[in-house]
Design a protein around this ligand. Structure first.
Ligand code: FAD
Ligand code: MLT
Ligand code: ZN
Length: 471
């Protein structure tokens, strides 16, 4: 599993301490495979620096030794971005020891955290200080803020707060030449030329190593309503979204679409979870937050849902009556991905479209895919409020799931062509990594690829930062 000169490991040990240079198979294996088990790599070593200065020293050693660097946070990415290739030439640079919350400025409503801090800990530190950090992903217990920034993660609250890109004010980054750029500014207005930090957000470790960030904090919501609505079809979902936006405006935080099949797969692996409105083809999980009283919010939300049912936009609605019930409804949604993983390999698509185009896309893609792959199962769920669907194709029942994966490229082209025709994106929130690198060439305009290559060449001329990812 581990190759490369002893000299390199000696130099890396000098930089971060021998205990933080992992080479034993049992130590390194967890870092060499992605969460889906789709990509497996090899590495010279896994290096775990404890500070930005140590990250810089590791980058300098790798530059002098011409060793590629694969940055890794919580290793929950969906596109193989944090997995080294099979050559065994690279170093995996794990950021998980950069795990300090450096400070909270309550008057400025900002928090400064190191890149290896798990998202759930950032949320907790904000809450302990009386604030709300809205980024929320089902992987928040393990993903890191550095990984969230590097993938421009989305999640379940984008409708109200935007993607990670909208939540960052400042970054500290180790550049490909080993210099540390301290851009940790806590300013909501700073018009001094190019917004450099945004180059590193969503760059997937190909332009620099993020070591710390300044993030926006928001007032803690005082009231929250969570509901699961049963709907007949995607048109109904879009109509319900329209009604909720009109009735509740920016208090609408989350609007998740769940197909009956996705829900049944989740409940198969989590039978303890509730089934409050059984027997419908589609569902919408809705979250509404407010800084007013719960009573008022409950009444307003019930009113809008009553209108939805009366006008047959929704068939039935279950509104959580307690925090525990709300959490159980969210668990129905957030455990779909992991439940699908237990079912075996599947062809994943993480697409976005204008919300208005989603019903037509779903019709056209179902037709095209059932013609191409008769009997294949469509597992559909996602952040419909932001036009983002996780549109996953699984083997027909009884067929070998691993062999069905041989259809991935053909299926990708069918789905992505239909997405591109409607002005959509082949990657809404998961990034490109190594999974979609070839697809990117097919859908990104040549001028866009040229611009991206020019930026890569300018910031990483030796190409040692996460080679084979994105471009
Ligand atoms: P990793 O997987 O370790 O790395 C991801 C990429 O970022 C790699 O290219 C890596 O090289 C790079 N990288 C990591 N840290 C740094 C750094 N400090 N500097 C430079 N580059 C770095 N994603 C969403 O957007 N929305 C969701 O709703 C969502 N739900 C998920 C649910 C589940 C169950 C799982 C398993 C994943 C989910 N994801 C989701 C995907 C994933 O959690 C996110 O992409 C997350 O942002 C990755 O963070 P990480 O720390 O695990 O990064
Ligand atoms: C989710 O929203 O659950 C994730 O993005 C994960 C996935 O697509 O599997
Ligand atoms: Zn998602």
């Amino acid at each position: 599993m581990v190759h490369g000169g002893a000299n390199v490991r000696t130099r890396l040990s000098a930089a971060v301490g021998a205990a933080n240079v992992l080479t034993e198979p049992s130590d390194v294996d967890p870092f060499l495979t992605d969460w889906r088990g789709r990509f497996h790599g090899r590495a010279v070593a896994v290096v775990r620096p404890g500070s930005a200065a140590e990250v810089a020293e590791v980058v300098r050693v790798c530059r002098e030794e011409q060793i590629p660097i694969v940055a890794q946070g919580g290793n929950t990415g969906m596109c193989g971005g944090a997995t080294p290739d099979e050559t065994g030439h690279a170093v995996v640079l794990s950021l998980t020891r950069l795990n300090r919350v450096r400070g909270i400025d309550t008057d400025n409503a900002t928090i400064t955290v190191e890149a290896g801090v798990p998202l759930a800990q950032v949320q907790q530190a904000a809450a302990d200080a009386g604030f709300h950090f809205p980024l929320s992903l089902a992987s928040e217990g393990s993903c890191t803020i550095g990984g969230n920034l590097s993938t421009n993660a989305g999640g379940t609250a984008v409708l109200r707060f935007g993607n990670t890109r909208e939540l960052v004010l400042g970054l500290e980054v180790v550049l490909a030449d080993g210099r540390i750029w301290n851009g940790l500014r806590a300013l909501r207005k700073d018009n001094t030329g190019y917004d450099l930090k945004q180059l590193f957000v969503g760059a997937e470790g190909t332009l620099g190593i993020i070591t710390a960030a300044v993030l926006k904090l928001f007032p803690k919501p005082l009231a929250r309503v969570t509901a699961l609505a049963a709907i007949a079809d995607p048109e109904g979902a879009v109509a319900l979204l329209r009604l909720l936006k009109r009735g509740l405006s920016d208090r609408l935080v989350g609007f998740e679409l769940i197909s009956a099949l996705a829900l049944s797969i989740c409940r198969k692996h989590h039978p303890d979870l509730p089934d409050p409105v059984p027997g419908h083809p589609w569902y919408a999980l809705v979250q509404v937050d407010d800084s007013g009283t719960s009573t008022a919010l409950n009444e307003q939300v019930e009113e809008v849902f009553a209108e939805a049912v009366e006008s047959s936009i929704a068939r039935d609605v279950a509104i959580a009556q307690s925090h525990e019930q709300a959490q159980a409804l969210w668990a129905l949604r957030e455990n779909i991905s992991e439940s699908q993983r237990r079912e075996g390999p599947n062809i994943k698509h993480d697409i976005s479209l204008p919300v208005s185009a989603i019903p037509d896309f779903l019709r056209a893609s179902e037709q095209a895919l059932s013609a191409a792959f008769p009997g294949a199962q469509l597992v559909i769920f996602g952040h419909l409020g932001d036009g983002n669907l996780h549109y996953n194709l699984a083997a027909p029942p009884g067929e070998d799931a691993q062999r069905f994966m041989d259809n991935a490229t053909r299926a990708n082209h069918i789905v992505h062509d239909l997405v591109a025709e409607r002005g959509g994106s082949i990657s809404a929130e998961h990034g490109i990594g190594q999974l979609k690198r070839e697809e990117l060439k097919r859908y990104k305009a040549p001028v866009e690829l040229d611009l991206m290559r020019a930026i890569k060449q300018a910031l990483d001329p030796t190409g040692l930062l996460n080679p084979g990812k994105v471009l």
